[in-house]
Ligand binder design. Structure first.
Ligand code: ADP
Length: 357
């Protein structure tokens, strides 16, 4: 006996009320929205998913005209075609209810008591399409970010090959440009690999009591020549005996990204100050600079991969556009969070909040 024979037999055996309940139970258990309409396109049956998707603001769907619930010409044509000539079709729909959602819909004829009705099954593809968009944007960003330094490397290699290699005044300068662009590509690829490892969950953290003062000093030491070149003062306000619960290597990585940005987006004679505050069972590590600040419209987006508030400025100061995304993921890996506040021309403060226990 096949599964369909078994289910038909069972439904017949249990009687009309019970079989209706079984069918309704199955329909309510599926994630796709299902609408059945009669020959005058009035809804005769629906499931829970359809109620959630289309009826929240208007109440029960049964006995309503399809056009009352969803106004879409293509959808109507598809249902009408199924009823009039018994033909199935697939269409796409964008529905704006409490939020905007996109559906792939299969509409098919269905015989109910000698009359031709139609059933529509709505697959919600909003999330899949969003992920696909993010994937495409990510690929196009990476390609763009890699192509820019590569184009420069190729141009300078060609110039050297065309004779500039013997030009004693410029050949070293050209090699310097090639090296800087190669370093930029290397940094970008390292950050992409790092981010993808953190996102895929392959990075594990080893939480200990870490002396924040010492970590900050180490980061300051590695960034001191950059700070000096930009005349930015680095200030460690952390008390030397305080500890935080964190993976020291990962915390250093987060601090490096934030302090590096604090130096890059600062002004001459500005400063970057690191401090620690304890409140409500958490440790808040702040990295505050006296730089140009970030406009409110950009502020919530700067943690996105490749988002830059000012592309031109970034080209000038360098960077991969991935640093803050890495900080955000690492903070979350610690069970914490990172936030930002900023005032234009006054400065920006990032706060990494970590659980104290
Ligand atoms: P980038 O490699 O470009 O620095 P990030 O992810 O670290 O990438 O930062 C993303 C963007 O956020 C930067 O390009 C910049 O526009 C803005 N930003 C980050 N930190 C600061 C800061 N301290 N002051 C001003 N703008 C900042």
């Amino acid at each position: 006996m096949t599964i369909s024979e078994l289910s038909i037999l069972d439904l017949q055996a249990v009687g009309p009320t019970a079989s209706h309940n079984i069918l309704q139970g199955i329909l309510d258990a599926v994630r796709e929205s299902v609408l059945i309409v009669d020959s005058s396109t009035r809804i005769t049956a629906s499931n829970l998913a359809a109620y959630e998707a289309f009826a929240r603001q208007i109440g029960p769907l049964e006995n309503r005209r399809l056009s009352e619930v969803i106004r879409d010409v293509n959808l109507h044509e598809a249902f009408q075609k199924a009823i009039d000539i018994g033909e199935s079709s697939n269409i796409k729909l964008e529905f704006i209810g409490t939020e905007k959602r996109r559906y792939d819909i299969h509409v098919a004829p269905i015989e109910v008591q000698n009359s031709r009705n139609a059933v529509g099954v709505f697959y919600d593809v909003t999330q899949i399409e969003l992920l696909e968009k993010v994937r495409q944007e990510f690929l196009s960003n990476i390609s763009h970010e890699l192509r820019t330094p590569l184009t420069s490397i190729m141009a300078f290699v060609e110039t050297l090959e065309d004779g500039a290699i013997d030009d004693k005044e410029n050949n070293r300068r050209f090699l310097g440009v090639i090296r800087r662009n190669a370093e930029r590509m290397h940094g970008l690829i390292s950050d992409i690999l790092e981010l993808s490892m953190i996102e895929s969950g392959t990075v594990s953290i080893d939480i200990k009591q870490a002396k924040l003062f010492n970590l900050v000093e180490d980061v300051f030491a590695s960034l001191s020549s950059k700070a000096k070149a930009r005349e930015v003062k680095l200030i460690n306000h952390v008390s030397p005996d305080l500890t935080v619960r964190a993976d020291p290597f990962r915390l250093e990585q987060m601090l490096t990204n934030l302090i590096d940005n604090g130096i890059k987006f600062n002004r001459p004679s500005g400063s970057v100050t690191v401090a620690l505050h304890q409140a409500n069972g958490s440790h808040a590590i702040s990295v505050a600079d006296t730089g140009e600040g970030v406009m409110t419209e950009h502020l919530q987006r700067i943690f996105e991969r490749f988002y830059r508030a000012d592309r031109g400025r970034t080209r000038e100061v360098g960077g991969t556009g991935l640093g803050l995304a890495i900080v955000k993921h690492l903070a979350r890996l610690h069970g914490g969070e990172v936030s930002v506040t900023s005032a234009l021309s006054r400065g920006t403060t990032f706060v990494i909040e970590l659980p104290a226990k």
